[in-house]
Design a protein around this ligand. Structure first.
Ligand code: B3K
Ligand code: ZN
Length: 871
């Protein structure tokens, strides 16, 4: 535990490294509790660094055994070694080799950073600063070296020995030991180092690149699970082909390995040639994984693969530039999914995620720019802002320069910076160079936090037939950034006639100052503006809509994203009024025209069920809390949403039942987007049917559960049963637990389902589940399934008015922080909306946060989140 107040690291203080490491030879002798690491570093002083300074290497919980320079052992007087630092005052002026030996204990590594054990498998996680837990090093991304890694282990325990690059040698050793040597010819920073040693099954395939390189592909999984790795392999092959076609990027080694492990702090890691995954994002079969799981696997396998060019070949100079690889790579994986599936559906889903995570982050105490200026703990900056808003910036860049210049700019970036550790300015310069456009104003998107609000007013003059739109932008203050300047905002827009049809060609208005206007003439009737089509910029739109306009757009807009958006806006508006009415003692509101619009979507859903599934969905309780933004009462919101779902369910019951029955008659599972879309619509309809009539709807859900031949239908039935009577719900949940007791990933789903159950006993239920024999805080997936789901997806439970939900989650965070600070800190971000709550809950949440912050010996990770959340 590092309880000291850590220093603030500033982008403005960046300095080139004083030393360079050109080659790394690592020799690891693996043993669960006592692994020896010998590192031989070929080093020299950096001409661009400071002359004459001592050599200072980073460490973290390390124990130095010996140090030698150019073959001569250093006496202890020649260096100072602490667990987190090694300082050697006198090193040669010319090139030298430094040999370091350290001892590490993988079995005791509960932080899952550095070298650790997951279910008996040795594995590593080094980004952002985990390599310093393996040996002392210049642990910063601008120090890039070639690597040779020798691994030695017990053959019985670890028949498989993997590292980055290509295998060059292997052999047997006395005493049941064996070894393998790996060579990575591509220069890389240490955060991309990886090692895996264990006894695993594999699926193997190959891919031939356009230039004729035959690449062997392996996906390694726990023994007995190879049958569930096929989809990940398929996704990998599609991703490789797509990157060749769309970005002209080929893979650059003869081997590409993926390993799935069950204990992992996040989703996956792009280590060069050896991606390591949370097995949740690899393993899938129709019986064990939902459509959402399949989609995630496809996207994350692609994402990590795409990092080979955007992240590995060209990496980041420093961690402030994290969006350079992450935002760009999210953009690339979103494009991939859009090409593989439905572009409109992907766009809607991505915007839903952006608003649910990034907009909320941007509106609260943890707001930060896509490129932060300071940090205390970099692992807390792998955020929705860096990733998802980072991707939106690339999307805007493509709109601004156009698709052709965008591709040219990417080509130039790859050509100009291959093998380098780059900064955001160098990336943007490539697009300025190919387009001739001044992109300096665009840089503000990287450096200014907060979600801009674009206020639009319309004016129509019937006599002259002129129609005018006035745009104004404003960005609210965020922590540490009170003054904001205007952003460059591309607004794709069109005009829709009240009876349907476009009354002007689509255009893109660039709002790059405080205000702009656009006037149309020859408008015989007042058009309805369709603004921010395809969500062309990550902003909030504020426009007073005239009665009925939204429902007209929902039916007639030619832009599918805006058809979806219009209905969401109409429902949001109603739910906002309904929540206010409920708080005044009234009943939930409903609107027959909204219900009719949803019914119409169901009736015409055959053309695009995936779109209909999204468009018929109501805003979630969390969506409403975000939209309301202040003095939030989660109970009132919950009642408003329940009331509307019930009313709509009743209004559309006929067509919903008929359409549900038709979809339910389909048999056979295929994970493609179109089939998944039909299942998603079916799930949506089932929820309406249960809401409309818990008895008959619940019976339909029970039947769907019992007859399901795939996990998507099974989970959808269970999710619908959560709002049915407990005597329908509980037997199904029990059956599910028994049926899948041996399947960790499915038990996670089971914990997650119960974490969503609302009602007065929600907190007690979660507390009881933390004592369930299958619950453990040692496994991040299990913690996220139960506690993460409760805190982030059960608003009425987490925000129980007496504060019991806050106290329970705070208690678990404190316990978890002792073992795994990164996961604890991430869990604590569930409190980031505390200031937006009504006064009673706000006080309860603050009390829970303060007691957590005052607790003894909290980690740097958690301390940083708490400090910023409370500030
Ligand atoms: N680059 C990793 C994330 C590392 C997180 C470090 N705390 C996975 C990814 O974004 O592809
Ligand atoms: Zn990434």
């Amino acid at each position: 535990m590092r309880s000291e107040n850590p220093p603030v690291i500033r982008l403005a203080d960046y300095r080139a490294p004083d030393f360079l490491i050109e080659h790394v030879a690592l020799d690891l002798r693996l043993a669960p509790a006592a692994t020896t690491v010998a590192a031989t570093l070929t080093m020299r002083r950096n001409p661009a660094g400071r002359a004459g300074v001592p050599l200072e290497l980073d460490g973290d919980e390390l124990m130095l055994v010996s140090a030698a320079i150019d073959g001569s052992l250093l006496t202890p007087a020649a260096y100072v070694a602490t667990p987190d630092r090694l300082v050697i005052p006198a090193v040669p002026d010319g090139p030298f080799t430094l040999r370091l030996e350290t001892h590490v204990n993988p079995a005791a590594n509960t932080k899952l950073m550095g070298l650790y054990r997951s279910n008996g498998v040795y594995c590593t996680q080094c980004e952002a600063d985990g390599f310093r837990r393996i040996t002392y090093f210049l642990d910063r991304p601008d120090v890039m070296a070639t690597w040779r890694v020798r691994i030695e282990a017990d053959k019985a325990e670890a028949p498989l020995l993997l590292s980055n690059g290509n295998p060059v040698e292997a052999g047997e050793l006395p005493g049941g030991r064996h070894f393998a040597v790996w060579d990575d010819p591509h220069k890389k920073p240490c955060y991309l180092f990886a090692l895996v040693a264990g006894d695993l099954d594999a699926v193997t395939d190959h891919h031939v690149t356009p230039s004729g390189r035959r690449v062997t592909l392996n996906v390694y999984v726990e023994r007995g699970k190879a049958g569930r790795a096929a989809y990940a392999m398929d996704a990998l092959k599609r991703a490789m082909a797509w990157d060749e076609t769309v970005f002209g990027r080929e893979y650059d080694l003869d081997l590409f390995n993926i390993v799935a492990v069950s204990d992992f702090n996040m989703g996956a890691m792009e280590n060069k040639g050896l991606n390591i995954f949370n097995d949740r994002y690899i393993l899938a079969s129709p019986e064990t994984a939902t459509d959402q799981d399949y989609h995630n696997i496809e996207a994350i396998v692609a994402h990590e693969y795409f990092h080979n060019w955007t992240g590995n070949r060209i990496t980041c100079r420093d961690w402030f530039q994290l969006c350079l690889k992450e935002g760009l790579t999210v953009f690339r994986d979103q494009e991939f999914s859009s090409d593989q599936r439905s572009r409109a559906v992907e766009r809607i889903a991505n915007v839903q995620t952006l608003r649910a995570s990034q907009f909320v982050e941007d509106a609260g105490p943890l707001a930060h720019p896509v490129r932060p200026q300071t940090y205390k703990e970099i692992n807390n900056f792998y955020t929705a802002t860096v990733y998802n808003k980072g991707s939106e910036l690339i999307q805007m860049l493509r709109i601004l320069v156009g698709p052709e210049a965008f591709r040219k700019g990417m080509d130039l970036y790859f050509a100009r910076h291959d093998g380098e550790a780059a900064i955001v300015e160098q990336f943007i310069q490539c697009f300025a160079d190919v387009s001739g456009r001044d992109l300096a104003p665009f840089m503000r998107w990287y450096d200014q936090a907060g979600t801009p609000v674009v206020r639009v007013t319309e004016a129509y003059d019937a006599e002259s037939g002129t129609y005018r739109l006035d745009f104004r932008q404003e960005t609210p203050p965020t922590p540490g950034q009170l003054e904001k300047g205007p952003q460059v905002i591309p607004i794709r827009l069109g005009l829709i006639a009240p009876s349907g049809g476009e009354c002007a060609a689509e255009e893109t208005l660039i709002l790059d100052g405080a205000a702009a206007s656009r006037v149309w003439t020859g408008m015989a009737e007042r058009p309805i503006p369709s603004l921010l089509r395809g969500f062309s910029a990550p902003v909030k739109l504020d426009i007073a809509r005239r009665d009925g306009d939204l429902l007209t757009l929902a039916r007639h807009d030619t832009d599918p994203f805006n058809r979806w958006q219009a209905l969401q806006d109409a429902a949001t508006d109603l739910l906002r009024r309904s929540t206010a009415a409920i708080r005044q003692g009234g009943e939930p509101l409903t609107d027959a025209r909204l219900a009719e619009a949803i019914g119409h979507l169901v009736a015409t859903s055959a053309a695009d069920p995936a779109f209909a599934a999204l468009a018929t969905g109501l805003p979630s309780e969390s969506d409403m809390a975000r939209e309301i933004g202040a003095d939030v009462d989660p109970d009132a919101i919950g009642r408003a949403v329940d009331g509307l779902r019930q009313a709509v369910g009743r209004a559309i019951a006929g067509i919903a039942r008929e359409t549900y029955a038709r979809l339910d008659a389909e048999r056979g599972f295929s994970p493609d987007g179109a089939s998944a879309g039909r299942r998603a619509l079916k799930a949506q309809l089932l929820r309406y049917l249960v809401a409309a009539d818990p008895a008959t709807g619940g019976e339909a859900a029970r039947r769907q559960y019992a007859q399901a031949d795939n996990m998507t239908d099974r989970m959808a039935a269970l999710a619908a049963l959560l709002i049915a009577e407990p005597d329908l719900r509980d037997p199904a949940l029990e059956d599910f637990a028994t049926r899948f007791a041996e399947e960790p990933l499915i038990l996670d789903m089971w914990f997650g389902l119960q974490a969503r159950i609302g009602g007065a006993d929600a907190v007690a239920r979660i507390r009881a589940l933390t004592r369930h024999p299958h619950f453990t805080i040692a496994n991040p997936n299990r913690v996220r399934a139960l506690v993460g789901t409760f805190a982030n997806a059960n608003p009425r439970g987490f925000h129980a008015p007496d504060g019991a939900g806050y106290r329970l989650v705070a208690e678990i965070i404190a316990a978890l922080d002792q073992r795994n600070p990164q996961v604890a800190a991430r869990l604590a971000t569930a409190f980031r909306t505390w200031r937006s709550l009504e006064p009673g809950r706000r006080a309860q949440a603050e009390a829970a946060l303060r007691s957590l912050a005052e607790g003894t010996a909290r980690s740097r990770d958690l301390g940083d989140i708490l400090e910023r959340t409370l500030s």
